[in-house]
Design a protein around this ligand. Sequence first.
Ligand code: FE2
Length: 371
Amino acid sequence: MLDVVERGLAADWSVEEISKDKSWIFPLTPSEALALIEGVRQGRVEGRDLLEYSPEDFDLGPGLKLISRAFLEAQNGRGIALVRGLPRDGVSEEEFALMTWAIGLAIGVARPQGRASQYLSEVRNAGGVYRSPTGRGYSSNAELDFHVDGGDLVALTCYNVARAGGASRVASSVRAYEVMRAERPDLLEALFEPFVFNLQGEEQEGEAPTMSRPIYAVKDGKPFCNWNRNRIEAAQTREDVPRLTSRQIEAVDLLDDVIRRPDVMFEMKLEPGDMQILNNHTALHSRTLFEDYDEPERKRLLYRLWLNPRDNEALPESLLSFFPSAEGNIVRGGTNGHHYDALRQSFEARLAKYHGLRPPLDPADRLNGRV
Ligand SMILES: [Fe+2]
């Protein structure tokens, strides 16, 4: 593995900067792509559950070094990276999904992503309603609010693009922080107060349906962001949740305005064979409305991983309701969902050991309110 560098100033980027300097884009050579898919095909075992694979099952070849650098760019550099040229032609959906999974195994510990406690999500329009108390963007075709996902890193691999729309939008939450600090420090301060987020029905039995946490928090001078308007608005429909104050509404409206300014909001079109990697602490993302092709095999399809990388950084204490520990070098994040069973827990413990991370805390600790 490459040396780890501390997150520095690079996460505070503008559209102009990342348009000029493309060193956050990592193109695989055709021979690296070929070795990658060959390694996946050789490691594949018919009928094996994803959670039963190990990193040693796949020899991903020389391209893995480049992919690892892309993940480090997302983790400790700009917070955004793009790998181009993953094998796609002649690759089935199942092989592409397994390749995404195999890359994740090599990089870190995958995190569960929803009610089904799935560790690899298909991002496609399955008719989900985003604006509902249980809505999730990844199963709809809706335009999404800017938000963060539930783990340290999110990686999206693109299998099919939409007939129209579906552009990916990314903004540096560190840049948005700096803009707000310069323009309206009083409103930035309001974002350090706790807000109530809805859990969209994904809470475990015995767990509260909402969670309180700030939108921004700072640790060692570094801002961390947790913005998700859809979940705050869903929480506002609950009778037992206090209404937002006018100052809080002004603050979140300014944040959304800043994120969408032309020098902050970067729009990119993912192509088949692309893998976008984002650091959820420093980058916000959204997607435009899309329209699918009629043929089922051509419909927009991406695979999503939430990944916990090695040497993840320590977190601000005020995020402890969202992450069960503020310490670094630990498995954290994700949504345990409704099927967080022994198979899943043993997968996490095995991968944590492989990557030298402390395993996740017992989920019961969270339910007991201890953490
Ligand atoms: Fe997302």
